[in-house]
Structures are given as structure tokens and as C-alpha cells.
Write a new protein. Structure first.
Length: 219
């Protein structure tokens, strides 16, 4: 049975106003930008949505028949997927980068988008989707998941190497993320990566398509 994560304090809002905003991106479709300076380690948003099983994800797939590899799914573990098309927030519009300024931090089945470094107001937020598929990486498969981040470190694909690669992130969890998870530990139980389609339709995926079960590198 699908369920939606319980409401939590919105980390995208701060005392001085909202810290992030959604607008058109030069990388791909919509993007999320820093509305004010952000410090390394700050939790910017929780990736929210309905928490569903892989079977349910398969039943719902695709979100867009014209772009079957592009979804709002975020792979939590081998049994659960977050579908941000239902109950999602602005975090679903965060684009991929091979040289990211954020990372996705999984804590107790919840996903927190956290600043990997200091971010200046106006910068687009991004993280490495780190998509790994359990099949041989062929040029054709890589081309199905193109990357347009434009960084010098660009891999040319959203697919992450299966060996010798680790998702960007600090060795210790961000203090704010720890605090938030502890504060919500008594809440009802609840809760990747993404793909790209050149501009108008924006989509994200924890798994490229449920038929190709992806796995997220463990943090």
C-alpha cells in the first residue's frame, strides 16, 4: 500500500526567507537555485513523495510513455521507492551534476538533500544521481541517460561507474540532518536517481525504469 511521508519542518525555508527556489535551468528544464548563501552541511530539502514498492513502481511506470526512462522515482533500498510525482516537493527538480554542490543523504529511509560545500546565492543546486544499473554498460545504454552538466569532470552519462566510484559526501553525517531524523524518530514509519530528457518535460528517477532495477551506492 503506497504511503506518503509524514509532514516535517520544511528545511528549504529559513528565518530570513526561503533558501531555495525553482526556476528554468540552463542545464535541463526546471532547476533549483539558492535564494541566499548556504553553508556547507545545511540540509536544504527532504526528497518527499509516496513510498511504494518496486512492484507498485512497475505498475505505475512509465510516468510519461514518450520518455520511459524518465521518472520521479528515488531508490531508497531494495524494497522501497519514493515516487515524487505524488506528494513531492521542489527537491524533485534538482538536476544532476558530475561535480555536485549537494549530495543525497539517506537516513532511516528518508532522503535529505544537503550542501556539500558553501553555495552562493544564485547558484543552481545539483547532486550526482549515481545511477547504477545491473546490466552491461554499452554505448547505447549510456546514451539513454545523457548528462549535460557541462563540468570538466562530466562523465557524459548519468550512469555511475560500477567500480572505483563512491557518491560524493562527507564521511560524517551533517549535524542538522542527524537532529532532524532524531526529532522525527517517533513519527509513523515512512520513506536513486534521475534521468534527463532535453528541456520541456522534467523528470527524475531513483531507478531508470522499474524493468531495469537500479541500485543506489550505499552511503
Amino acid at each position: 500500500m503506497p504511503r506518503t511521508a509524514p509532514p516535517a519542518a520544511d528545511p528549504s525555508a529559513a528565518r530570513g526567507g526561503r533558501r531555495i527556489q525553482v526556476r528554468r535551468s540552463g542545464v535541463h528544464g526546471r532547476g533549483v537555485f539558492a535564494a541566499q548563501d548556504i553553508a556547507e552541511g545545511e540540509v536544504l530539502a527532504e526528497y518527499t513523495g509516496e513510498v511504494i514498492s518496486w512492484q507498485e513502481a512497475q505498475d505505475r511506470h512509465p510516468h510519461d510513455p514518450k520518455q520511459p526512462n524518465h521518472t520521479f522515482y528515488f531508490h531508497v533500498d531494495e524494497d522501497r521507492v519514493i515516487d515524487a510525482k505524488h506528494g513531492g516537493n521542489s527537491s524533485r527538480w534538482i538536476n544532476h551534476s558530475c561535480a555536485p554542490n549537494c549530495y543525497a543523504d539517506e537516513r532511516g529511509g528518508r532522503i535529505f538533500i544537503t550542501a556539500l560545500r558553501n553555495i552562493r546565492a544564485g547558484e543552481e543546486l545539483n547532486y550526482d544521481y549515481g545511477l547504477i544499473i545491473d546490466e552491461r554498460y554499452t554505448p547505447k545504454l549510456k546514451a539513454e541517460y545523457p548528462c549535460w552538466c557541462g563540468s570538466p569532470q562530466c562523465r557524459g552519462t548519468l550512469l555511475a561507474p560500477k567500480r572505483g566510484w563512491a557518491p560524493p559526501g562527507p564521511s560524517a553525517p551533517p549535524r542538522e540532518a542527524q537532529t532532524k531524523v532524531k526529532a522525527q524518530a517517533k513519527a509513523p514509519p515512512q520513506p536513486g536517481r534521475k534521468a534527463a530528457a532535453r528541456p520541456e518535460t522534467q523528470t527524475r528517477a531513483a531507478a531508470p525504469a522499474p524493468q531495469r532495477k537500479a541500485r543506489s551506492p550505499r552511503r
